[in-house]
Design a protein around this ligand. Structure first.
Ligand code: OSB
Ligand code: MG
Length: 370
């Protein structure tokens, strides 16, 4: 196929409530929706998960637009792209900027699957018709708010609770949650807020039977995590530190973690995500799929990936209603009482994109091709 039109929609969607991590708080999710129409008149959709500022990673809305406009577009314009992998060979000279690449690559996967009239999950090697859903709960202003949120999401059916932690919002709140809920699958995510000198915090957290501790240390580190993993029995799960299959191999060799959170945006797209998944399956590292508060478009890629066989833990994939008053796809993503979400069976991403609804949230429409 050849790309006939490529457009970016810079949108802003209000979250139902602010989402706070150790690196900051957001109330409005800014994101870029990618729309590609090919020469068969099929439409493919993608989502770029970078945020307004370089907080989770160095990428931002503006860097993504810059890289796509000034580098990716000239490399793919007029080129025959028969498989999303062709895209990677065309843009392989661009280092980093994984979220920008992933957004375009996702739209190409959607188109590829639609051309084959197959659901994306089947093309990626998915084996599940429903996936296990977890929920990620941000830092709250007090512990009662947190307990209320945990109770609410358990009632909705979520299979595991993830709590964001930061220094001084860690051991005490985990103790309180565990006292109320001794047996639930519970894990924490520090978003890189600690150093090895905080060792005693992790030693204490070790007492609460957590499923895992996500990204406790520096966002680009593998060595200190390997040291910490040898000192505690709770599995370490890496998020920020793992940006490619190369990082996965290094983490495996070093023993930096026992679990990996795969986010397609962070790693440059679905091709790399599947490579990482497959390597982890071979060496016995279980994975799960992480989220970036995606709209219904980005969420569809998370769901497809979560249907792969080595996704052994519930993923950070929650219902549309956990994030937004209304989603931009139909049907919106929902979870069943048993805490699972159905994997779509329609061709491509398997949900319909509501363009009229997107228009309500657009702040910029950037036409790059033709
Ligand atoms: O670290 O997993 C993270 C959201 C934004 C940035 C980083 C993270 C998160 C989440 C939310 O935890 C997961 C979700 O989309 O529900
Ligand atoms: Mg994380």
């Amino acid at each position: 196929m050849i790309i006939r039109s490529l457009e970016l929609y810079h949108i802003v969607m209000e979250l139902k409530e602010p989402f706070t991590t150790s690196f900051g708080s957001i109330k409005k999710r800014e994101t870029i929706i990618v729309k590609i129409v090919d020469d068969n008149d099929n439409t493919g959709w993608g989502e770029i998960v970078s945020s307004g500022g370089p907080w989770y990673s160095y990428e931002t809305i503006e860097t993504a637009i810059h890289i796509i406009k000034d580098y990716i577009t000239p490399m793919i314009r007029g080129r025959a792209i028969d498989h999303p992998k062709t895209f990677h060979s065309l843009v392989s000279s661009i280092r980093g900027h994984n979220m920008a690449k992933a957004g375009i690559e996702m739209a190409l996967w959607d188109l590829y699957a639609k051309e084959l009239k197959m659901p994306l999950s089947a093309i990626l090697g998915g084996v599940k018709y429903k996936i296990d859903c977890g929920v990620s709960i941000g830092i709250k202003s007090n512990v009662n708010e947190l307990l209320k949120a945990v109770g609410y999401y358990l009632e909705q059916g979520y299979k595991r609770i993830k709590i964001k932690i930061k220094p001084r919002w860690d051991v005490d709140i985990v103790r309180r949650v565990r006292r109320e809920y001794p047996d639930i699958p519970l894990q924490v995510d520090a978003n890189a807020a600690y150093t090895l000198s905080d060792y005693v915090v992790f030693k204490k957290l070790d007492e609460y039977n957590l499923e895992m501790i996500e990204q406790p240390l520096y966002y680009d580190d593998l060595v200190d995590h390997a040291i910490l993993q040898r000192l505690i029995r709770t599995p370490i799960c890496l998020d920020e530190s793992i940006k490619s299959i190369h990082d996965v191999k290094a983490a495996y060799r070093l023993g930096s973690c026992m679990v990996i959170n795969i986010k397609p945006g962070r790693v440059g797209g679905l091709s790399e995500a599947v490579k990482m998944h497959d390597f982890c399956m071979t060496v016995g590292i279980p994975v799960w799929i992480g989220g970036m508060l995606e709209t219904g478009i980005g969420r569809s890629y998370l769901v497809s990936l979560a249907s792969l066989p080595n996704v052994k833990y519930p993923s950070d994939i929650s219902a549309s209603s956990r994030y937004y008053v209304e989603d931009i796809v139909e049907p919106p993503w929902t979870i069943d009482k048993d805490g699972t979400m159905k994997v779509p069976t329609k061709p491509g991403i398997g949900v319909e994109v509501l363009e009229d609804r997107i228009k309500k949230y657009i702040i910029r429409n950037i036409k790059l091709i033709p």
